[in-house]
Design a protein around this ligand. Sequence first.
Ligand code: FES
Length: 118
Amino acid sequence: MTSPAPPEGPPEAPPEEPPAPPPLVLVRFEPSGREVRIALGATLLGAARAAGLTVANACGASGVCGKCGMVILDGHASLADPTPWEVRVKAMNRVAKPVRLACLVHLRGDLVATTDYW
Ligand code: FES
């Protein structure tokens, strides 16, 4: 009886593991209390849409109309300060200083937000 021939060439590399899913953040919208878990780095506008909420916008979320303003009720510490562009768009559209433009806010932690027409 003969043994099988040894394999030729280098051993096969172990299979690659699939990439880990992105971390999620929890966003709650008031006064409805709707919540959504969404990938870290998503926009606040995207989170509202994922929660099934309509958000005013006239620029297709390109950050120029100033219509998507939201008030952050909790979680300010997780947000980056407004960029010079957001500050400029808010000034051009007479958006109150504490309001954030949801299409320009990228989520970095859990937060609670609202707007005056919900
Ligand atoms: S949707 Fe127009 S600035 Fe955000």
